[in-house]
Design a protein around this ligand. Structure first.
Ligand SMILES: NC(=O)c1ccc[n+]([C@@H]2O[C@H](COP(=O)([O-])OP(=O)(O)OC[C@H]3O[C@@H](n4cnc5c(N)ncnc54)[C@H](OP(=O)(O)O)[C@@H]3O)[C@@H](O)[C@H]2O)c1
Length: 269
């Protein structure tokens, strides 16, 4: 079935999803609503209808994507609730649980909540998704195709699983940025140009991730490149002396806890 998708919010994530989906799904009809005509201007080069009227955008949509900031989601959702007619609603808002969305949109609404991450802007995103019990197989496939257009997807069964998704892939790009920054600074301190150090480090991160995604266990890969008495062994023992694995574990737990707190702040319905 040809999808007719309305994006409410044409900011960074709305643009990435709309442009990504358009490039992957032939024949899809896309409308983007945003009160800012500046934001809508960047959709001009694409075959996308734009409007400043959210209700107009959803009028004949089969799927509605809520891509506004979490702080205004309640206002936007409540305003649209009476104008929905069984369409699938997909929320990309961080920290707003399905229970809150059901309260605002009506508990018979099919809802998919998802957590994408910033590499989605380059089509390399990782998105965790959960669906409520109103979501049919067909609607689930539509949500899957939409998020797959900007990267990889993984489905979960519980809303609370998205707190862990947030702590791993949602906030995760920043952990790798921090690692890359630290390695680059070390390379520069050893006399390399920043440009060369950045290229060496980022390509290494990309290659290491590709080897893991190819199916190898990261622990096995690590052992395979760690010759006894060699350079890698020296570096890893220094990381281990700094409690590397424990520190990363604490960081991920901290992010998960903060995700739970944020849900309580603006997501209680
Ligand atoms: N960016 C990310 O990496 C990322 C990752 C995961 C999840 N998300 C989620 O994606 C959502 C959007 O984030 P973003 O980074 O794309 O934010 P953004 O760039 O600020 O985009 C939100 C857009 O919604 C517009 N908007 C405000 N009020 C509206 C209304 N009443 N109706 C329709 N549109 C309205 C905003 O316009 P104004 O500029 O006038 O406010 C803005 O253009 C958030 O809920 C966030 O949690 C983002």
């Amino acid at each position: 079935m040809t999808q007719s998708i309305a994006f409410i919010g044409g900011g960074n994530m709305g643009f990435a999803l709309a442009a990504g989906y358009l490039a992957n799904a032939e024949g899809a009809r896309i409308t983007v609503a945003d009160p800012m005509t500046d934001q809508l201007a960047r959709f001009e080069a694409l075959p996308i209808e734009v409007t400043t009227d959210n209700r107009h955008a959803i009028a004949d949509a089969t799927t509605v994507v809520l891509a506004v900031k979490p702080q205004i989601l309640e206002l936007v959702a409540r305003d649209l609730a009476a104008h929905l007619d069984g369409q699938l609603v997909i929320s990309v808002a961080a920290g707003v649980p399905i229970a809150a969305l059901e309260t605002w949109l009506g508990d018979s609404t099919p809802i998919v909540r998802c957590m994408p991450n910033t590499p989605a802007f380059l089509g390399k995103g990782m998105t965790g998704l959960v669906a409520n019990s109103n979501v049919t197989d067909e609607a689930r496939a539509a949500a899957d195709a939409l998020l797959r257009a900007v990267g990889d997807v993984e489905w979960f069964t519980q809303d609370s699983d998205l707190d862990t998704v947030t702590a791993l892939s949602g906030s995760g790009p920043a952990y790798f940025f921090a690692m890359i920054e630290a390695m680059v600074d070390a390379g520069v301190a050893l006399g390399m140009t920043r440009e060369s150090a950045l290229r060496l480090t980022a390509r290494t991160a990309e290659g290491a991730a590709a080897m893991v995604l190819d199916g190898e266990d990261p622990g096995v890969l690590r052992v395979n490149v760690t010759s006894p008495g060699g350079t890698t062994e020296r570096a890893l023992s220094i990381l281990q002396n700094g409690d590397f694995a424990q520190t990363v574990g604490q960081a991920v737990n901290g992010a998960r806890d903060r995700s739970v707190e944020l849900k309580e702040e603006f997501g209680n319905g």
